[in-house]
Design a protein. Sequence first.
Length: 445
Amino acid sequence: MDIKSFIERNRLKVFLLPVFLFLNILYFPYIYYLYSRQLKQAFRQQQLFFLARDEYGAILQLLYFIRCWTNVHNGAVLVVCTSNFPLVTRLAKYICPEARIISPCDYFSQFMQKAFAIFMPRLVFKPLYYNLLRKYPEELHIYEINEGSKCTYVKYLDNVYENRPQDSLFWDAYVQSRSVYDCRYDVYRYFHKLAKVSSGITVDEACVRSLLNDLKISGKYVVININVKDYCNKNRNIRQIEHYERYDVLIDYLINKGYSVVLQGRGEQPYFKSREGFVDYAHGVFQSPKNDVLLFSGCEFFISSKTGAENYGLLCDKPVLGLNYTELCAMQPNRRLRYFPKRIKDERGKYLSWRTFLTHPAYFQLGSVLSTQKRVEFVEMEECEIIAALDEFLQLLPRPREQWLNYSLLQKEFKQMLHPGHLDLYYSSGVPCEVYLKEEFNAGV
């Protein structure tokens, strides 16, 4: 084969070869040197936190973890190993302003980020992250670099698994989930502990009022986030809200109660009809990470589907009503939290009662179906259920913070059925709405 025909057959590879060589031989060593130099200058008594995930929710969680840490312990250093470092830096100014940030923030690095954006995560930030992990083994991070990465898990060293009530498909799924999912549960549990003794962030009230004036909001308001994003993954789409039109009754109901309703988010948000009292901030000109913080800081409460933005309720210390919730094993440590999960049908089309669900392998469905699981169907809430959950939540709002822990009999029963094998749900103060627990379906399992 001559050189000309080889080039024609491998045109793309030949074109990309200089990019690969440049990033691997020149740019990666430069970035590694930049980080190493800054880490040497960091105070040794400060805790290192590594961030290697681009998802909005993962960013918010780690930044708030750092804030909680600095409220209790010594200072913190955030090491950003993601190409989304401009967003991380902006959010950190509001969430954990006392933390020192190490990121490629010089102009040359920003130029490189824009020029080679598609290659940077794999060829620069991923090797940077793993090299720094080896060099600083005592750093803290909640999530690994990408989903589905294998985590170090040995079930015989897991006290939770050792003290399981009995062998079952539920515990088989638990072991598989701990082996596959990229969350470091020991670190996340400590985050829950710190969050319970920490307060939300504070912002300049004048900035909040300025934003509300721009949005023409004069009275009390509620923020909603309805995630209709298509994850291009049939399993991950358990989060997706397909029947977003059912939320129209919720919007009208809140407006009639005297609230303005503000739709927050980005491209994953649906378009609702225009009406007095409804503000489509998500698709407007004022939408920005800074204004997100201001918007949540001034709201009365937050209504969210399962999405990264749910963490704003925790960050800004606001009550949260989770509607069409999924992934209950990954719950935020918000004390003022109530949720109504999506109903679940088993492989025979029978509804699972909530008691059965808590012992079913489907409990661990977080975007992938484990070998111990059979396919189940997630069913969205009806309009009447949305209003019933909202009514119950509105009655809780005037109560002092500590009274949110005064659970009903059914909610107490729900809590009593939990054990550490339910992961974050076990440590969360949030419980399902009473109207959800009262509804009984004959599952036949």
